[in-house]
Design a protein around this ligand. Sequence first.
Ligand code: NDP
Ligand code: MG
Length: 384
Amino acid sequence: MRRVSIFGATGSIGQNTIDLIARAPDEYDVVALTGASNVAQLAADARRLGAELAVTADEARLPELRDALAGTGIEAAAGQAALEEAADRPTDWCMSAIVGAAGLVPGLRALRHGGTLALANKESLVCAGPLLMAEARAHGARVLPVDSEHSAVFQALADNDPGAVEKIVITASGGGLRDWPLDRLAQATVEEAGSHPNWDMGQRITIDSASMFNKAMELIETHEYFGTPPGGIEAVIHPQSIVHALVQFRDGALMAHLGAPDMRHAIGFALHWPERRDLPVDRVDLTALGSLEFSAPDPARYPALDLARAVIAGGGLRGAAFNAAKEAALDLFIGGEIAFTDMAPRVEATLNGLERRGCLDADRITLDMVLDTDRVARALTHAP
Ligand code: NDP
Ligand code: MG
């Protein structure tokens, strides 16, 4: 039996992970499941999978969780310290699928006992990539990508010499507003930006797809996983979301990864790696598709991409500032305080402000530095 935990179990990635694990209950010993507001789902899954422990990030919901688990013998806990304690319980495989920078500390703690960290929480890599990777090395743990593009790159790289890579191309659907006239974007509502043509995901990442802040994060993520310099990473629009990434080698060969837009592919790959097992995902029918399209993203429509390139080039604490400013700008948009098109200028203003104060340079980042930068960048984005 493999011991597994799922952080962010009640979310979109968490539920897809549970779907795969629940299909083979004899293979997994579920240690901890965590959620935040959706306590009913958390308790139902903890019961169904026979988890040792269920944790909600929201302390006010502990009584509700306790009631829902009464008589089951499953431990119930709440709050940040409980999340960290859950991450300290040894596992062979742990899914990091909390949304936002809140996923960083549980992920770092889970790396301390070795094993595999399946990383959906891209924010951890963006804000503290070198720290996370150093922690994994120090404890002999493995970080496997769950973001579909990075899982695709990992698969396309296979056993090739990483030194022979010339370029990594990740694809983007272009999001829900891709075909809107530029001058209408400022009027986009949260509902319009939050609906996606191909992928069924959480609200925040869906809006980030429409603004391409998600792809911007993924450019940084590519750099952190594979060490690629900013000039060697490209994002292209591919409306069908069938090709997830391509790796170009120095002999000119391009290795592409294709698959249906279903996160259970990348999750299942990370769950079973290094084996490949049957997965309940649709198979791609090339002749039914007929054609696959690619185009270059317009920098005026997607300004987040250039911001990300500057973050990669500058390094230091720029990723932490970028992620926090992006999360805060998204909060403001969801809260109705700023327009869809105000998000990128807000993030840019925060980065420039911190740059002027000399706050973003660091040869070696620590967790305290990342958390400080996160706090300052959020405050500055809320009140520039
Ligand atoms: P969801 O919003 O669907 O789920 C987020 C999860 O995190 C839920 O379990 C939620 O609990 C929990 N949560 C929210 N806030 C906190 C907090 N402050 N502390 C602890 N837990 C919290 O997100 P997704 O599943 O879409 O995304 C999860 C991660 O995976 C993100 O980093 C995203 O970028 C990444 N990702 C997602 C993809 C997708 O297809 N969805 C694709 C690639 C990457 P509750 O719901 O109970 O409130
Ligand atoms: Mg992705």
